[in-house]
Structure formats: C-alpha cells, structure tokens
Design a protein around this ligand. Structure first.
Ligand code: ADP
Ligand code: ASP
Ligand code: MG
Length: 411
C-alpha cells in the first residue's frame, strides 16, 4: 500500500472554494494510486477566536476544557472536507484524534504524542481512499482531549507519516515553501529547494512558524522527508531532509525572527550556589519555557539574572518571581515586552567563523542595540528592540546575500 500524508493549514481550508482546491490535490494523488491520510487544521482565525472567547468566560480557563474547546475548530474542518470528498465519489471518512487514537501525555495545550494506533489506521485504509484526520489534537490516557501546541497540525501530519511509514509528508500552506526568511516580511526572500532538518529546527525554534518545531523534531528522528509547498500554486516547494556536503558549503541559509518575546531581569539577587535553581525550577514546574538566560558577573555578593519567555507567560512568571522574592533576596523585578529575537542560521557555521561578528557589525551600522546574545553551533541570536525587527531582518538578509543565492562567505 502506497501511503501519502498531506497536511493542509488554516488558509488552505478556509471556505468551500479553497477546500475544493484541496480536494483536487487529494483526487490527483488518489488517481496516482496512493492511499491518503489528510490532516487538516481549523480554518484560519478559528483557533484564535475560540481562545479569545474562552477568556471572555474565564480569566484563567481550565486547561483541559480549553483543549476541548479549541479542538472543535479542526473537528469542523474534517467533517466539512469529508462531506466534499464523499460527494466527489471518494471513499472518505473523518477521524478525530481520540478515534484513532493519537495518544498523548496530559500536558494540555502543549501535549506530546506518545503513540498512534497504526494497526487501526492501516485497517481503515484498506476500505477507504482517504482518511481525514483532525490535526492538532490527541487524547491522554484518561480519555481527556489534548492539543499539541500552536501550529500543532504540522506535528499531526509528520507523526502520522512516521507511524505509517508514508513515502513523504506534504505540508500545504499559503507560501511556496521554506524561504530564506519570512516572505511576508521581506519581499526578496528566496525560496529554498532543500533545507536540512537541523537548519529547519533552528528556523522553527527561532520563530519561523511555517513548520511547528515538534514536527521537525519528529521528521528528523524518524527520517521522514517533508515537502513544504503551497496549496495554491504548482511550485514543487521545499524538501526538508538530511544534511549533505553541499549544504555545509552554505554559510547562512536563513534569517528568523520571533516577536513573541518578553525580557525579565531580576536585579541584585544573592550571588551564591542555588540561586539560579531557586528561580528557574519553579518557573519550569509551572510549564513555562525559558529561552535566553544571562547571569551578570557578580559584585558585592549580588548579581542580575536576565531571561526571556513567551509573552503569554509574563503574568504567571512575574507572580512566581514575586513569591520568590524573600528566597532569592532580589531588589527589583523588571520586564520589557517590546523586544524581539533575530537569528542567523546555517550549518556552514560549524566550520566557518566570523558570522557572529558580521551580524553584530551589521546591526551596529543600523544603530540597532543588542540586548542579549545566544549562540548554538549553527545559529546566532540577538535580542533587539521590537521596533527594529523589519530593518534588522532585511539588513541581515541582504548583507548575507540571501536574495541572490546562499552566502558562501561573510560579507
Ligand atoms: P498554516 O496555516 O498553513 O499552518 P502558518 O501561518 O502556520 O501556515 O505558516 C506559514 C507562514 O509562515 C507564512 O505565511 C509565512 O508568513 C511564515 N513564515 C515565517 N518564516 C518563514 C520562512 N522562513 N519561510 C516560509 N514561511 C515563513
Ligand atoms: N489550529 C491550530 C492553530 O491555529 C493548529 C494548526 O493550525 O496547526 O494553532
Ligand atoms: Mg501552521
């Protein structure tokens, strides 16, 4: 059985006309002899509207009920598309996460997939042409509905492709593939034909929402070829795949930015063993992801601790820190939400130096102050003021020669 997994995002399923385009793609693959598993997102804007509605009803919505609410977006998409597919003569049916089941842990709103019952799915594929699976959702071992984090339908698609050993996982979206930077921010962004899993992991983790980071982690782990392409054009898109020597020649392959950032500084905490643990352990226990961390050099037995988190977690984190004040003995807790991360990414950085200093020089030329710096083997990230994000992305993109072709040397 030749199995193809396709995932369609929110803009691709928004309304009847667009769903007809999806149907045409599904029919084409069916005629080519594939059995299809199609994962769908909620229509564009639906998940946001449901989340906003929940906040009208409750200042602090119960996480389990919130997941029950937001899964309805995908439920509507799969039901409507299955109707369309059946009317077109395909043997199709919808499947919600719990019906497969896609079993997850119980971390509501950001659950991780633990298991997918492939025996059942394969059995269902025997007498169906297309199974239409609700993206973004699963069920925990207590039978409660869960969701996989924003953008989680990508992960549903890749997890299904891995579990079913599909030939490829096609991710259909509103742009032609993965670009050197967000094409909606930088008009001369260039589409990449291929990108390595590691570079895609960094792009996703640094804010390029074209693929959810967990989907890339799974694709890398199970070696699933992922093709990102547009529902609306015939462009072959971008293949996310294993790194090869040709890719290593490329110094910088992309620029990412993430506006969902917030910087917190805890001033004058005691500079003694255990202080970092006292601050970050309760934050981690509350399920809050901390990104960049800087501890300043201590003076007179005191130091400052600065870190970044997602804006949605600001109030929760400040409340935790207030509670900790007597333990860590801090003088002041400051925060700034008008910050943004900009990252330069490329596997070539493993073997070439100079990218960081070039990035700092380029930002300096535009008079952009760097607030924090973080690096990995293949990435340099700077936290800057949010108002400079477009200028920074365009400057770095052009200076690293990404519009003309991949940069092979530092500018
Ligand atoms: P979908 O609803 O199909 O899942 P998303 O909105 O989640 O689509 O992701 C697609 C969007 O990702 C694009 O419209 C684009 O603005 C954004 N994006 C950010 N960085 C990149 C990049 N490097 N390449 C392509 N798209 C990017
Ligand atoms: N509907 C969910 C979201 O908006 C999941 C997805 O579209 O991938 O985040
Ligand atoms: Mg998405």
């Amino acid at each position: 059985m030749r199995i193809l997994v396709q995932k369609y995002g929110g803009t691709s399923v928004m309304g009847l006309e667009r769903m007809r385009l999806v149907l045409a793609r599904v029919q084409k693959a069916h005629v080519e002899g594939y059995k299809l598993v199609v994962a769908l997102s909620a229509m564009s804007g639906v998940t946001n509207r449901l989340l906003a509605q929940a906040r009208e009803f409750s200042a602090n919505p119960d996480p389990a009920e919130l997941d029950v609410l937001v899964t309805t977006g995908e439920q509507a998409s799969v039901a409507l598309f299955s109707m369309l597919a059946k009317d077109a003569g395909l043997r199709a049916r919808s499947l919600l996460g719990f019906q497969i089941p896609i079993t997850t842990n119980s971390n509501f709103s950001r659950a991780r997939i633990m298991d997918i019952d492939t025996v059942r799915v394969k059995a269902m594929l025997e007498d169906h042409d297309v199974l239409v699976v609700a993206g973004f959702q699963g069920v925990d071992c207590n039978g409660r509905l869960t969701t996989l984090g924003r953008g989680g339908s990508d992960t549903t698609g890749v997890a299904l492709a891995a579990a079913l050993e599909a030939e490829v996982c096609e991710i259909y979206t509103d742009v032609n593939g993965v670009y050197t930077t967000d094409p909606n921010l930088c008009s001369n962004a260039r589409k990449l034909d291929r990108i390595s899993y590691d570079e895609m992991l960094e792009l996703s983790s640094q804010g390029a929402k074209v693929l959810q980071i967990r989907s890339v982690e799974l694709a890398k782990k199970f070696n699933v070829p992922v093709r990102v392409r547009s529902t609306f054009t015939d462009d072959p898109g971008t293949l996310v795949t294993l790194e090869d020597t040709e890719m290593e020649d490329v110094l910088v392959s992309g620029i990412a930015y993430d506006k969902d950032q917030c910087r917190i500084t805890v001033r004058n905490v005691m500079d003694r063993p255990g202080v970092a643990a006292s601050i970050f352990a309760p934050i981690a226990e509350a399920g809050i992801l901390v990104d960049m961390i800087i501890q300043n050099t201590g003076r007179d037995g005191r130091t400052d601790m600065t870190f970044t988190i997602s804006r949605a977690n600001l109030d929760k984190t400040l409340a935790i820190l207030e509670h900790l004040r007597p333990v860590i003995g801090c003088e002041d807790i400051q925060h700034d939400i008008h910050v943004c991360k900009v990252s330069v990414i490329g596997v070539g950085m493993r073997s070439h130096s100079g990218v960081a200093s070039t990035m700092f020089t380029l930002l300096k030329k535009e008079n952009i102050n760097i607030l924090m710096i973080a690096t990995s083997e293949i990435k340099i990230t700077c936290l800057i003021e949010e108002k400079y994000v477009e200028l920074a992305v365009r400057t770095l993109h052009d200076a690293f020669g990404l519009s003309e072709g991949p940069a092979k040397a530092c500018p």
